[in-house]
Design a binder for this molecule. Sequence first.
Ligand SMILES: Cc1cc2nc3c(=O)[nH]c(=O)nc-3n(C[C@H](O)[C@H](O)[C@H](O)COP(=O)(O)OP(=O)(O)OC[C@H]3O[C@@H](n4cnc5c(N)ncnc54)[C@H](O)[C@@H]3O)c2cc1C
Length: 400
Amino acid sequence: MLNLSIPEHIQPLRARVLSFVEQEVYPLENELLENKVASRRSELLRGLMDKAKAEGLWALGHPEELGGGGLPFMDYVFINEVVGRSEVATVALGTHSLQDSIMLHKYASDEWRDKYLQPLVDGEVFPSFGMTEPDVASSDPTQLQTRAVLEGDEWVINGHKWFTSGAANAAYTTVMVRTEDDDTPGHAAFSMIVVPTDTPGYNIIRDVKVMGQADGHYEVIYDNVRVPKDNLLGPRGQGFKIAQQRLGPGRIFHCMRWLGQAQRAFDLMCDRANNRVVFGKPLGEHQQIQKFVFDSAAEIQASRLLTLHAAQKIDQGDEARVEIGLIKVYGASMLHNVIDRAIQVHGALGVTEDTPLERMYRHARYARIYDGADEVHIQNTGGRILRHYARGEGFDFGLR
Ligand SMILES: Cc1cc2nc3c(=O)[nH]c(=O)nc-3n(C[C@H](O)[C@H](O)[C@H](O)COP(=O)(O)OP(=O)(O)OC[C@H]3O[C@@H](n4cnc5c(N)ncnc54)[C@H](O)[C@@H]3O)c2cc1C
């Protein structure tokens, strides 16, 4: 049975997280994101992280055995909705490392687990993930060219990646590489290897500017990078399988955080609509603006229900592949549309840095590309539904 209200027991914690984001994170956002001096940004972030820890709000969704808050999955889903109000709150509250921590915990050798796991959960080091390459359409990752060859007790890695987000501040990159020969079917030919970013031959060549900003998405050349054999995560050839496990629940959290962003944009839009007067009456009394409010409310609500439905299926042990595909595409489009309308209602102010909207808009645009471009999810989800019909099962929404 689908239960969509926020459970009573989680409401006080959700309110505390929301208050932390609004009172502590919002006032520092601009400086955290725009200050040119990296040491100042880092000092501010550390201050927020320490405050979150002191208030018992740190890493709420990490399993207890990893030193986290151990919240059950569904409770944490609702927390993500308020964490998402600010793009920097995931790091300030230590939620950003959840998927990487679980991946290390499950698949890393004892040595790498000991070295990185605790500092990762504590926010002392940052992870990064290197899959995408500039020279091949990385939507089809079986085409990836970066290779690792085993020489004695070491992997030797050569290749070219880009959009390794956060690489310059990360302690390591988990890199997706071909480890098997060309005759091995693509889906069994790739593995993930942990590469400390200070390894010789790991060369960051630029911070790729995106929509006019250097936002921390790095281009990296792997030039005879040598790491110990044990840096392999999980078994050889299982890279895509492990990556998939990382992505499923991760997409639910993404979509909940997008709902937090959409709520923030919606609040700003409605306030502006009520308070800005044009042609003798508030903007909000003009029908076209009411339509913005209506369309945004409908899209947010639809996206929220879809996401909670997918979350509950995952919580019940279902992989929810169709539902995840639906929310990734619908959620990213909802986010983009709601922020776009909020900008429009603000007029010129909406595209300045005097509101968070222009920054949120850039991030919303990326959401249609990262974690699988829209078209890939549409192809996979549409195909999956059609296969139900091909098997004679149909696809009864009432039974999903
Ligand atoms: C802000 C941001 C952060 C990112 N962070 C990371 C990161 O940390 N690590 C990392 O490895 N990558 C990261 N990425 C990269 C992202 O995962 C890739 O951009 C994405 O997987 C698409 O790969 P591509 O860019 O090579 O596009 P391509 O594969 O070249 O695809 C280009 C376009 O082709 C279309 N297309 C693709 N497949 C189909 C299809 N089957 N049918 C119809 N059309 C199709 C889509 O419109 C797609 O956008 C990030 C990207 C962004 C924007």
